[in-house]
Design a protein around this ligand. Structure first.
Ligand code: SRM
Ligand code: SF4
Length: 577
């Protein structure tokens, strides 16, 4: 698809003077298009941290400064600076990568990332515990295999998601190519990244260095995703801008456009809330990039630049009104959206195990619990995947549920891959219960600076206890979505799970029930700030009644509402407070 940006840049014409906006706006505007003093700070050997605003600016480069929270207090007692390291997030539109790229990620993870890789809920990889001095070698290593970390974080267009959908080979190729194009199109264009990380000379540019973003970039992060029904694996209603593929007679007709999804909220701040996206119309395939521009420009121009807590697109839409926003988008597009077309979702999970695409190629989706790729004592997951990457001739796809598809396997090569899966025990990964196979946890402690409670390190054991209850009621195989986070920010999209848990304090969680099985309905809080015994006690009651009273094919989340465990949940948008 070719598309030339023609819409005039308005970003320097902010609605208010810079000094009246939030401090982050001044920081961005004064950063010399994301350069700041990052290059200098990387060379300072006195501290393992970077100074001041560079911490925030580095996010636009996909890098977060963190410290090991497990030893934070001990270091403070010893009067040592915190154990600073960095998280680096790869930009991987649609989660597709080659075996050569896998091997490089594996090598870099072993060398600089604590011998582990983390698959994320937006289909990419994170390296944790990278020392400051290793950041440049890491970035250059990624560059060798045409990967980067640009805009993986920051107030810009984040990692663009795309359904993995192994069976629909041709459609997947078409839509995932669009996701890649959208990502390349929407990320910042500043040369800062190449200068800082690859050591390139600054190039002179004619005109604005950032035609779309100007000096102040977006008011907040902006998330785009493409979904191919019937599997809503990307949770399209959680995206700021979602494209829902409309297929007729096996051909891509275009996309329904959904706007205004988002998960983040703050406890006891009812003006912050998760929100599901609204479908506002249909566009042809040729209008995808123009729609990306139009929607981003509306948010760029009208998003809240004073209060970051209200700066996501969902709040702009609620403050201005959906019709008003739609009119603004259409004005920038220069045409009216067509009426939305019919589509249907059936689930938001992954189809695990082997599937065959319409072109005869084989695909194997492996369950990777909470996306953690690591060698455990008796279970060398990282080694196993490296061996597969050494012989595999297709691609890998990271799924939005933190799982991994070994994709595009020629039928003759299947036996070899199966042998390796068996040899390294990777098949063990998908022998779990229906609950475990539909579980997701965010990273949380010890690296996430915002975590209030454990998530990735705790969910597997909690799931084990719920599994025992399910098994006692004959429901071990029942697919139920459960998602946990260490704080209310919602990184594992817990507010659309059938069972959602968000951390409040060490060992304490809010429990949510009633989310829709295909991501169509927000759940509702049923217990606030409680520990494991209370969580298990309530779940025992709901599960026992579900086993006894469910209707044919009734989902756990639907039952929790019908049985009255969850009050007042409406289809579509609903708020938790
Ligand atoms: Fe997230 C911040 C991890 C997906 C909502 N998220 C963070 C940070 C960077 C913490 C920070 O700001 O210091 C976490 C880093 C932890 C660590 O140590 O690695 C973090 N988010 C993650 C990941 C790795 C979770 C995971 O276990 O997979 C996911 C990486 C995605 C990626 O590859 O790009 C991740 N985060 C999400 C999602 C899910 C999604 O996008 O589909 C959401 C909810 C959707 C949304 O944005 O509304 C999400 N993360 C947040 C928020 C709340 C934003 C808000 O609007 O309020 C924050 C906090 C913030 O931005 O201020 C946050
Ligand atoms: Fe950290 Fe909270 Fe996101 Fe979990 S949900 S990774 S604790 S910001």
């Amino acid at each position: 698809m070719t598309y030339a940006r023609t819409i005039p840049d308005r970003s320097h014409d902010l609605s208010q003077p810079l000094e009246k906006l939030g401090p982050d706006e001044t920081m961005k505007a004064n950063s010399d298009q994301l350069r700041g003093t990052i290059a200098k700070g990387l060379l300072d050997e006195i501290t393992s941290a970077v100074p001041g605003d560079d911490i925030k600016l580095m996010k636009f480069h996909g890098v977060y400064q963190q410290d090991d929270r497990d030893i934070r207090d001990e270091r403070r007692r010893q009067k040592l600076e915190p154990a600073y390291t960095f998280m680096a997030r790869v930009r991987l539109p649609g989660g597709v990568l080659t075996p050569a790229q896998w091997l490089k990620l594996d090598e870099l993870g072993r060398a600089y990332g604590g011998e582990t890789l983390r698959l994320t809920t937006r289909q990419t990889f994170q390296f944790h515990r990278v020392l400051k001095r290793n950041l440049r070698p890491l970035m250059r290593g990624l560059h060798e295999v045409l990967l980067d970390t640009r805009a993986a974080c920051g107030d810009d267009s984040r990692g663009v998601m795309c359904s993995v959908n192994p069976q629909l080979s041709a459609l997947h190729a078409q839509v995932s190519a669009l996701a890649k194009q959208a990502s390349d199109h929407a990320i910042p264009k500043t040369g800062a990244y190449q200068e800082i990380w690859y050591g390139e000379e600054r190039k002179s540019v004619t005109g604005a260095e950032e035609p779309l973003y100007g000096r102040t970039y977006m008011p907040r992060k902006f998330k785009i995703g493409f979904v191919i029904p019937p599997i809503n694996d990307i949770d399209v209603y959680a995206q700021d801008l979602g494209f829902i593929a409309i297929i007729a007679e096996g051909k891509l007709q275009g996309f329904n456009v959904a706007i205004g999804g988002g998960m983040g909220r703050t406890d006891q701040a009812p003006h912050t809330y998760p929100r599901l996206a609204d479908v506002i119309g249909f566009i042809g395939v040729e209008h995808v990039l123009a729609t990306v521009d139009a929607v981003m420009m509306v948010q760029r121009d009208y998003g809240d630049r004073v209060d970051r807590g209200r700066a996501r697109f969902k709040y702009t839409i609620d403050d201005k009104g959906l019709d008003w926003i739609k009119t603004e988008i259409e004005a920038r597009l220069g045409f009216a959206l067509q009426p939305a077309r019919a589509y249907e979702f059936t689930s938001n999970g992954d189809q695990l195990g082997w599937t065959r695409g319409e072109d005869g190629r084989e695909h194997c989706t492996l369950f990777i619990e909470n996306g953690r790729v690591i060698n455990r004592d008796d279970w060398p997951i990282m080694d196993g995947l490296r061996e597969i990457a050494r012989v595999h001739e297709g691609t890998f796809r990271v799924t939005p549920n933190q799982n991994l598809v070994i994709a595009d396997i020629a039928p003759a090569a299947r036996a070899g891959i199966e042998k390796l899966i068996k040899q390294f025990g990777l098949g063990r990964l998908h022998s779990g219960s229906g609950l475990r196979l539909n579980s997701m946890a965010c990273v949380a402690l010890p690296t996430c600076g915002l975590a209030m409670a454990e998530s990735e390190r705790y969910l597997p054991s909690l799931v084990g206890k719920i599994e025992a209850i399910l098994a006692a009621h004959g429901l071990a195989e029942e697919p139920i979505t459960i998602r946990m986070t260490g704080c209310p920010n919602g990184c594992s999209r817990p507010y659309i799970a059938e069972i959602g848990l968000t951390g409040r304090a060490p060992g304490k969680y809010n429990l949510y029930l009633g989310g829709g099985f295909h991501g169509q309905r927000l759940n509702k809080m049923v217990l606030e700030n409680v520990a494991e015994p209370a969580i298990l006690e309530l779940l025992e009651q709901v599960i026992a009644r579900f086993a006894a009273e469910r209707l044919p094919n009734e989902r756990f989340g639907d039952f929790a509402i019908r049985a009255g465990f969850v009050a007042e949940v409406t289809e579509g948008r609903s708020f938790n407070d």
